[in-house]
Structure formats: structure tokens, C-alpha cells
Design a protein around this ligand. Sequence first.
Ligand code: NAP
Length: 261
Amino acid sequence: MFTPLDGRSVIVTGASLGIGRGIAGVFAKAGANVLLVARDQARLDLTAQELQKDASGRVATVAADVSVPAECQRIAEAAVAEFGGIDVLCANAGIFPSAPLAEMTEQDVDGMFAVNVKGTIFMVQACMSRLQASGHGRVVITSSITGPITGFPGWSHYGASKAAQLGFLRTAAIELAPKGITVNAVLPGNIATEGLADLGAEYRATMEASIPLHRLGTVEDIGNAALFLATDEAGYITGQTIVVDGGQVLPESPEAMAALE
Ligand code: NAP
């Protein structure tokens, strides 16, 4: 049995949709007060209304862009104003527009790194002092299997940004350890988010067939891993990663999956 997170103050970036929404919902159901962050206020409001229905804690919102360091400060201040401090930062906001290497522009790379890497680093920096003050500060970064473990054509810059998050977390974990803050990451595989529906049933079936557990992940699967890393009982884990992918990275070739038939 884990110590309840009732009343803890949790920031989730990229929380209006997809995985961030799932993480926020899991924390809100667990009794935490959750600040949802994204750029579009209207979508944030809708998500907050829906999550509040099943929440035991409070759900609040702030519209902000994590690629701008001053906005990261504003997000941290909003959490303190709403909930009195910051116990957990889930640095989840990320983008993944694809671009083949041959056509990739400087703008493509800068845009990807501004959100995925700068947005992670400056969110952690903005929250550091409050996380230290909480006495059990937790940072949970949403990275990916793409980059740290696997590759996918069109996503070389995305993969680089997701691997960069892990390079950041290993030194951040050392620097923040004396402040009692742990820094860990969740590496999702293929997760069923709103965007997936656009890709069609056939695409989904092909993806499911390549996963040993034969289903896509849910946003709650990622939320549950993040919740574990935020518990008091996970307080001796820092600088680590948890892959949440249904075993997707395990088969050494398509034949390994075919041999299951
Ligand atoms: P998503 O459905 O596209 O949602 C992205 C969220 O981030 C939205 O709430 C979006 O809202 C917000 N956002 C985007 N840019 C932002 C910015 N500059 N500042 C603040 N908020 C911003 O994405 P997702 O699929 O859930 O992915 C979330 C994270 O999981 C990403 O880091 C991604 O790399 C990682 N991931 C996803 C998968 C997957 O299968 N989906 C797999 C591995 C890793 P606004 O547009 O209103 O800002």
C-alpha cells in the first residue's frame, strides 16, 4: 500500500490532451491537486471540467507555452498561487511533427527542441526551489522509446529530442539529489491518444500485431507509472527510466512475433 498523495500539488504540462490528460486524471483520482498546462485555454477548460468529475483533489488550469522560459516561471507561480507549493512536476508537453532528414530545416529542429528539450529543462528549473521546499519533490519526464531505444523514419529530430531529455535527467538527478528531489522518466511505446483515430483502423491493427501484449497502451498506463514514481515509496529511485510499451521493444525481428502464432 502506497502513502496517499492527497493534497499534493502536481503540475502536468501538455495536459489538455493525450498522455498528459491521462497522467493528470490518474493524479486527480488519487487525491492530488493538479494544475493542467497547455497553450489553448478553451481545450484546457473542457479537460478540467471532465477530470474534475472523478477527481478527489482540485483541478486548475493555466494557459502557457513551455518553450518560453518566462512562461515556465509563470506556470510555477500559478501552482503556488493555486495550491500553496509544488510537490510533483510531470514534464510531459511534447510535439512530434515528422520531417525526413533530407528535407529537414533548421526551423524543424529548433521547433522540436524548443518544446521537448528546452520546455523540459526550464520547467524543472522554474519548479526546483518549490520542489525542494516540499520535502519530497518529484520530477517525472515523459520521454519515449523513440530515440532512447528505437527509431522511426521521419522522426530523427524527435528521437534526438527524446534522448536529450534522458541526458538532461541524469545530471539533473545528481544536482537535485541534495535537495531531496528525484528525477525520473517514463518511456511510452505506442499509446492510444485522440490523434491515433485519424490514422485509421488498419494502422492500429498493424501496430497492435507488433506488440507482445497485443494492445496499444492507454494514457492511464503512463499515468500509473508516473504516479508510482511520485509516491513516497519511490523516493530512493532517481535518474531512472521506466519503459511502458507492452513489450514492444523486445522482439529482435518480426519473426520473433510470427513465432508466437
Ligand atoms: P498530444 O496528444 O499531441 O498532446 C500534446 C499536449 O501538449 C497538448 O495538451 C498540447 O496542448 C500540449 N502542448 C504542445 N505544445 C505545448 C507547448 N509548447 N507548451 C505547452 N503545452 C504544449 O501528445 P501526446 O501524444 O499525448 O504526447 C505527450 C508526450 O508523450 C510527448 O512528450 C510525447 O513525445 C510523448 N510520447 C507520446 C507517445 C504516443 O504514443 N502518443 C509515445 C511516446 C512518447 P496545446 O496544443 O493547446 O498547447
